[in-house]
Every structure is written in C-alpha cells, then in structure tokens.
Write a protein that binds this ligand. Structure first.
Ligand code: UT7
Length: 331
C-alpha cells in the first residue's frame, strides 16, 4: 500500500462585519493612513464587537462555512484542533465548545497555542494524526479575537491586529498530495519582545497592571520585525533546498500576514515573483492564527491540484517555521 499523506480537502473562513479602517484609527491614536499603508500594507481590519462573543464564535463560523461548502458530515470528524492565542477562557477548552457547536459530537478536541505560528504547527500536528492511519477527518481551525488583548491607545500594536478565523479539513491521500515536509523552530529568548505580561500564570492580573495596560499586548516592533524577516526567509530557503525545489517549482507562497514588508522580504529571498505570493493583509491585518487559512479561503478558486505551496510563519515566543504542501483538489 502506498504511503498515507495528509491532504487539505476543504477550506472555510469567517471575518466579523465590523471594519476598522486606517482613517478611523487616525481619530484614536497619533497615526495616519499613509504611514500604516507604507509601513505595513494594512488598510483595514475586522473586529468582533459583540459582548460575550469570543474566539469560539469566529471558529464556529469558519468551521460552519467549511461544512456548508464541502458537505462534510460533522459527525464524521474525529478531531477538532483550535489553533489560537486568544482562547475564550482559562481552564475551559475553546476547541471542545467549538466542536460541540458545529455538531462534531464524535470528535475529541484540543487547543494549540504557539502565537502567530499556531496554525502552522497545527498543520504539523493534524498531519501526524492522519499519517498514523487511525484518523480520517481532522478539522484544523485557526481563530483569534486579537481585539480582546489589544490596547487601542498604543499605536505600535492597534494598527496591526484584527479578528478572524479560517478552517481546513485534513484527510488521507495515497496519490502523493498533501503535506510533504516541514521545518519548525522556536526560541524562548524572544519572549520579552512580544507578550501580554499580565493575566497569565506568571503574573495574574492586578488592578494596577490593568490600569497600565500590562494585560494587553506589548511589542518591540523593530526587533520582532528583524527576527521575522531573517527567520521566515531562512526556513523558506531551507525547505526549498531540502526538497530540491527551485523558484519555478513553487506555485504559491502562503506567508503569515503580519507586515507586507516581511512577506515581500521572504518572497525576494526565494526570488519569487509577486503574483505567486498570496496577500490579503490589506483587508484583515494580522489575524494571528487565522492568517494562513484565510489566505487559502480567499485564494481557493485559484488553486489547482498538484500546486506546490510553501507556508511560512513567525510569531511570539519566538516561534516560526515553514511547510511544503502539495494541493490536492481543483475547486
Ligand atoms: O505576527 C508576528 C508579530 N508581529 C510582527 O511581525 C510585526 C513586526 N513589526 C512590524 O511590523 C513593524 O516593526 C511595525 C509596523 C510595528 C513598526 O514599523 P517600523 O517600520 O519598524 O517602525 P518603527 O517602530 O521603527 O518606528 C518608526 C517611526 C518612529 O518614529 P521616530 O522615532 O522615527 O520619530 C515611531 O515612533 O514611526 C513611528 N511610529 C508610528 N508613526 C505613525 C510607530 N508606530 C507608528 C504609527 N503611526 N502607528
């Protein structure tokens, strides 16, 4: 019997209706549309405004979109992974709530947290379950309600992040399509440059911390930027070399949408032309765990069976990596 690989067989996505534009941010912090556009490529982002709705709301909507489009029976899904840096609550799994609400009542589920690399690492984990031969349907959702941890008085972060979710279904493939290779890394010395210091187990929130916005995201943008540029390009080159791929073999670069300049630098390093670089940062900003599946959802109609996709991501921790995947279907 030929080798089982883990193929993506369906995608879905969801972003909230509320649009926060650069112009609107001009009235909130000392910034301007021109600065944001030229420094990041972002024009607008989506925000989940309604009280009491968390990341699971986004995850459920994205999964339901996938179910509607693909016709998969939720009862056949065996595992639901929610990749997220903003779980609904502490001590209660966001994935369990999500799985139940989409009708995946025969599945087990867990959350996976690796900041902006959560979805990329989730692809690796989902693939191992499929490749084992024991699981036939694994649903991987990347979802983040970043607005829940952003200080809208801090121009270094509030211009970047948005809310959203995307979902993919992994199934076994024996024709050679699906996940081919991965190169995943992490380096804990990067923690100080991107974090929400209070509200976790090291420093539970205090009224003083909240007053000083220390429960919200802090970022040393320049340092994160430099590390992201170097490391995303580095892993993309490594994955190409390891698989004897040249630029002309690559159909698409699917890169984490944190800053257009970081994505351009990665594409330049592997000498990839612009029309092979998936880009939607202008519409959504950085949606953390949702950037990669939202790209797949937006570009699904352009993807062809056999296309070689190179995924790359970089995020807090630091965490980063690259994945090489052969697309398995024409839509
Ligand atoms: O998802 C993974 C994690 N995140 C990332 O990968 C993000 C990585 N970092 C970045 O994308 C960029 O560093 C930022 C977009 C956050 C900042 O861009 P930058 O080109 O690195 O700007 P900077 O921090 O070097 O600041 C340049 C100037 C400064 O002014 P002075 O000191 O030169 O007078 C800042 O104070 O721009 C100023 N500035 C702003 N001006 C208008 C910083 N933020 C803003 C702003 N609007 N929002």
């Amino acid at each position: 019997m030929s080798k089982i690989s883990a193929a993506i067989t369906a995608v879905g996505g969801y972003v909230p209706d509320y649009v926060l534009t650069n112009k609107m941010l001009e009235g909130m912090v000392d910034t301007n549309d021109e600065w944001i556009t030229t420094r990041t490529g972002i024009k607008e982002r989506r925000i989940l405004k309604e009280d009491g709705k968390g990341t699971s709301y986004l995850a459920i909507k994205a999964a339901q979109n996938l179910i509607d489009k693909s016709g998969v029976n939720p009862k056949d899904i065996e595992l639901v992974i929610v990749a997220t840096a903003t779980p609904d609550m502490k001590a209660a799994s966001t994935s369990a709530y999500t799985a139940t609400h989409i009708g995946a009542t025969n599945a087990f589920s867990f959350d996976l947290e690796a900041a902006c690399s959560s979805f990329l690492y989730g692809m690796s984990v989902a693939a191992r379950y499929i490749e084992s031969g024991k699981y036939k349907k694994v649903l991987l959702i990347g979802a983040d309600k970043n607005s829940s941890m952003i200080n809208y008085e801090d121009r270094a972060t509030c211009i970047i992040f948005g809310d959203g979710a995307g979902a993919v279904l992994f199934e076994p493939n024996q024709e050679g399509f699906g996940l081919q290779d991965e190169y995943l890394r992490s380096d804990g010395s990067g923690r100080e440059f991107l974090q929400a210091t209070y509200g976790g187990s090291s420093y539970p929130s205090t009224p003083e911390a909240i007053k000083e916005h220390k429960h919200q995201v802090f970022q040393d943008g320049k340092t994160v930027f430099k590390n992201a540029v170097f490391n995303m390009a580095d892993v993309a080159v490594k994955i190409l070399d390891r698989n004897n791929l040249t630029t002309k073999d690559i159909s698409w670069l699917v890169a984490h949408q944190a800053n257009k300049r970081i994505i351009d630098a990665t594409a330049n390093r592997i000498e990839l032309q612009e029309d092979k670089v998936m880009m939607n940062i202008e519409k959504y900003g950085n949606t953390t765990s949702a950037t990669l599946p939202l790209l797949l959802n937006d570009y699904e109609s352009q993807l062809k069976k056999g296309d070689n996709l190179i995924f790359a991501a970089f995020g807090g921790g630091f965490t980063w990596g690259s994945i090489y995947l052969k697309w398995a279907y024409n839509s």
